[in-house]
Design a protein around this ligand. Structure first.
Ligand SMILES: O=C1O[C@H](COP(=O)(O)O)[C@@H](O)[C@H](O)[C@H]1O
Length: 261
């Protein structure tokens, strides 16, 4: 597991999204140049979609070889294909429909009207198998070693669809689980588990806005991962919190000293 999380605090959420998009372009280009391809796990939510929209608007996006990029999702709302609330629908709108991706490398999580019907546990198991098939011997495990895995942080400290105290956040064996009874709609979801998240080289947690301030402070102040799932999201080589000033406003001074007036 990586060292302590690193924090980068930007002035506001627009700048945070632009800076994170620039950072992501660099990581993808570096991975493609050293390993031939790159793999990135996307997140849903306002901050994740803000980053994708900023990436779509960045001229440097053309530095990415989009055909050599694998995209995975950290979680999905278990809804019919094309539902506007699905994370993949929102990602397509923000970025994916405007870049030349290889459709075989866009690994969306199953929809509730797909091959597994309404059986979210079967859909989750199928996604786990898809990940396992993509993992090579060099990955030493049941998921590929993602280059960057991004997670939005919910106001209740949830990441992906791992909500405080629910069974999904306690999972230690499976890489993907069906989530039942999520407190945020829709109640039925699919999520990577903490062990799968921790197999990424870099985990980036995105938190912008005042409503994320308490969650960031709790997760970064030594809370347990069952009570505060964001506290358990760590990358193998790096864990990076990307915040705006509003989300950083309740952090202990030892972590982020506010600028002097
Ligand atoms: O429902 C979800 O919420 C979280 C956080 O979203 P936000 O809008 O509060 O930033 C998101 O990361 C997750 O992917 C999504 O399914």
């Amino acid at each position: 597991m990586s060292q302590a999380p690193q924090l980068v605090v930007h002035r506001d959420k627009e700048l945070m999204a632009q800076a994170a998009a620039a950072r992501l372009i660099t990581r993808i280009v570096d991975a493609q140049s050293s390993r031939g391809s790159a793999s990135v796990v996307l997140t849903g939510g306002r901050n994740g979609n803000g980053l994708l929209a900023a990436l779509a608007a960045a001229p440097a996006r053309d530095a990415i070889d989009w055909g050599r990029l694998d995209l995975w999702w950290g979680d999905e709302r278990f809804l019919p294909e094309g539902d506007p609330e699905r994370n993949v629908t929102q990602a397509r709108e923000a970025l994916l429909d405007s870049v030349p991706l290889d459709p075989k490398r866009v690994h969306a999580m199953p929809a509730s009207d797909g091959p597994y019907g309404n059986d979210v546990d079967a859909a989750a198991a199928a996604y786990a198998e898809e990940l396992a098939r993509a993992a090579g011997p060099e990955n030493h495990g049941p998921v590929p070693t993602f280059d960057v895995l991004m997670l939005g942080v919910g106001p209740d400290t949830h990441v992906a669809s791992l909500f405080p105290e629910l069974p999904a956040v306690r999972e230690t064996e499976r890489t993907v689980v069906g989530v039942h009874g999520a407190p945020k709609p829709p109640p039925t979801r699919i999520s990577l588990t903490l062990p799968a998240i921790r197999s990424a080289r870099e985990v980036w947690l995105l938190a912008a806005g005042e409503d994320k301030a308490q969650a960031a402070a709790i997760a970064l102040s030594g809370a347990g991962e069952i009570q505060a799932p964001a506290a358990g999201a760590r990358g193998k080589t790096r864990t990076l919190w990307l915040l705006d000033a509003a989300a950083a406003s309740q952090l202990p001074r030892s972590l982020y000293p506010p600028a002097s007036p």
